[in-house]
Design a protein around this ligand. Sequence first.
Ligand SMILES: Nc1nc2c(c(=O)[nH]1)N(C=O)[C@@H](CNc1ccc(C(=O)N[C@@H](CCC(=O)O)C(=O)O)cc1)CN2
Ligand SMILES: Nc1ncnc2c1ncn2[C@@H]1O[C@H](COP(=O)(O)OP(=O)(O)OP(=O)(O)O)[C@@H](O)[C@H]1O
Length: 215
Amino acid sequence: MTHADLQLAAYKRELRRSAVSVRDGIPPVRREELSSLVCHHAWQWLEETGADSVMVYVPFRSELDTRPLIERCWKAGRRVVLPRVHASSGEMTLHAVESWSELEPGTYGIPEPAESLSAVEKGSEPPVVFVPGLAFDARGGRLGYGRGYYDRLRARLYGASASGAEWKSVWVGLAYGAQILNEVPMEAHDAFMDMLITEKGILHCTAEGKGIDAR
Ligand SMILES: Nc1nc2c(c(=O)[nH]1)N(C=O)[C@@H](CNc1ccc(C(=O)N[C@@H](CCC(=O)O)C(=O)O)cc1)CN2
Ligand SMILES: Nc1ncnc2c1ncn2[C@@H]1O[C@H](COP(=O)(O)OP(=O)(O)OP(=O)(O)O)[C@@H](O)[C@H]1O
């Protein structure tokens, strides 16, 4: 690690700490109101795009609550795909889930698809991925918990093919407005979002600054 790497790592640690405290500082009742607005915007956008299958995260700690969105998808017959974390490899596998009863507490205590559920077949990954984050910026930059799960998921599924993709998907960060920062530091392996949804509505991320990883 160079001096610059160490500085960046320390800066990211500090940003994570402050992003968590901003999120924790939103009163729980307000968090639910904001979450419900964000889920509403996300749902309306899904209706416009017509995507019949979506990947969503199940919230933990003070994260934006995606459960209203998940339930709405189930009611409307949209397939809901949730990740299962494999801490030893750093990978996430994707599993279609049809009710809360198919979840069990996973790594980090986050509810995740039970081990018995089979993984989504290669080639039928969802065209929309809703992504959690501690902070985002208008370019689509994202700061997560620092384990690289979503970066690795994208790298694995977008695969080695230079042209990009067997798996074409729109990556959508879901966040409280207070989580949008001027600039989140990004490294070569970090996945950019295509869109952000906050209580204020939809933000299409700008392509500038995405570099060679842009889709
Ligand atoms: N709801 C949700 N699901 C998700 C994510 C997420 O951010 N939100 N993740 C997004 O990638 C992955 C889980 N990533 C996580 C990474 C670290 C920690 C964690 O507890 N970290 C410690 C710090 C020390 C350590 O790294 O172990 C902490 O915050 O106290 C939790 C989740 C996959 N599933
Ligand atoms: N495609 C990849 N293959 C292998 N390791 C990766 C890949 N992408 C990221 N990593 C590693 O994972 C870690 C991710 O760090 P980073 O600070 O970018 O996480 P993050 O995006 O904030 O967190 P998360 O995705 O867990 O919410 C780094 O140590 C990085 O080297």
